[in-house]
Design a binder for this molecule. Structure first.
Ligand code: FAD
Length: 287
């Protein structure tokens, strides 16, 4: 199908973008890499009158090490994150997961900000932002505000972004050097959206899990942190088969996915439990 007719404006500054977006008369929408938005326009799932193109705002792209962690501009391409030695060193879980996103041509255009703003419940970046305690900076017509990833995702394609706001950067806190991690997902073909995925990290002291994070995606209307599963693993030897079996049981019991054309709810729960066990084992073995 073809999209409804629309106009396009390329902007050079965040302020210009925000000013246009905040004007309700203009019915404007941001375009970043276009990898999700263009299909939506073509299927007429969205029909804005004006696209505000962020690709000319140089300040919005880039990866930098800060004192407080890692900063990634919203317009940074997925492929640049995948290939960045700075990301590999300072956010290795992010680096491990990015190759699962779509295919190289899509990663060449798609941006981290576009993926987070789009908030597909089966997408990797939202789950990683939650697993890594990222903070998202939103620029609006009147204020700039910081929103933790845990409060940003509010449903299928629903976020905390208010009309007129754009996501400008994502900050990830410092990553401890000896943190263990793994990322697991299952999709029908490599590059497809995940049916279910799990991001996991653990801090281990004297052989016991001191702190950990379990986030699953593809199992709800947004990525979900599973604190009950984390509680089972904390204080135990992470790869211990009994601890793992209990954690997987709790995982299966905590999720309430819907049945859909891709998979039944039971199948998603079963997959989530299996992927959790694989992730914990893989993190433990890698260490
Ligand atoms: P766009 O398509 O330009 O925008 C997406 C939405 O976000 C729009 O509503 C837009 O208005 C809004 N937006 C964009 N940037 C901002 C911003 N800075 N502030 C506020 N709003 C903004 N993704 C995955 O995660 N996993 C996959 O396996 C996967 N497979 C794919 C397979 C195919 C065939 C295709 C076409 C896409 C796939 N994607 C997948 C999606 C891809 O990763 C997209 O690039 C990404 O979701 C959107 O990024 P974008 O920069 O292209 O955003």
């Amino acid at each position: 199908m073809k999209p409804v007719r629309f106009s396009h404006v390329s902007v050079d500054t965040i302020e210009e973008a925000v000013m246009i977006l905040a004007d309700p008369q203009r019915d404007a929408r941001v375009i970043a890499g276009g990898q999700s938005l263009m299909p939506m326009l073509n299927f007429r799932l969205a029909s804005p009158s004006l696209l505000v193109d962020l690709n000319g705002i140089g300040d919005l792209a880039g990866i930098s090490r800060q004192e407080t962690g890692l900063r990634i501009g919203a317009m940074t391409r997925t492929r640049d994150i995948e290939l960045s030695p700075v990301v590999a060193e300072h956010q290795p879980l992010l680096a491990a997961a990015v190759p699962y996103i779509a295919h190289v041509p899509i990663r060449n255009r798609g941006t981290i900000g576009g993926s987070l703003s789009h908030a597909d419940p089966a997408a990797e970046f939202p789950a990683l932002a939650l697993a890594l305690d990222a903070t998202l900076t939103l620029h609006g017509p009147r204020a700039v505000r910081q929103v933790p990833a845990a409060a940003f995702f509010q449903g299928v394609f629903e976020t905390a972004l208010q009309p007129g706001e754009i996501l400008t950067r994502i900050d990830f806190p410092l990553w401890p050097a000896d943190r263990r991690f793994a990322f697991q997902e299952y999709s029908r073909r490599r590059g497809d959206f995940a049916i279910v995925g799990v991001a996991f990290w653990a801090d281990v002291r004297d052989g016991l899990c001191e702190a950990c994070r379990v986030v699953a995606f593809g199992v709800s209307d947004r990525p979900v942190r599973l604190s009950q599963v984390e509680d089972v693993l904390i204080g135990r030897v992470p790869g211990d088969p009994e601890a793992l079996a209990s954690a997987a049981d709790v995982m299966r019991g905590s999720l309430e996915p819907d049945n859909d054309l891709q998979a039944s709810a039971d199948y998603r729960c079963m997959l989530a439990g299996e992927l959790l066990q694989r992730a914990v084992r893989s993190a433990t073995e890698a260490a």
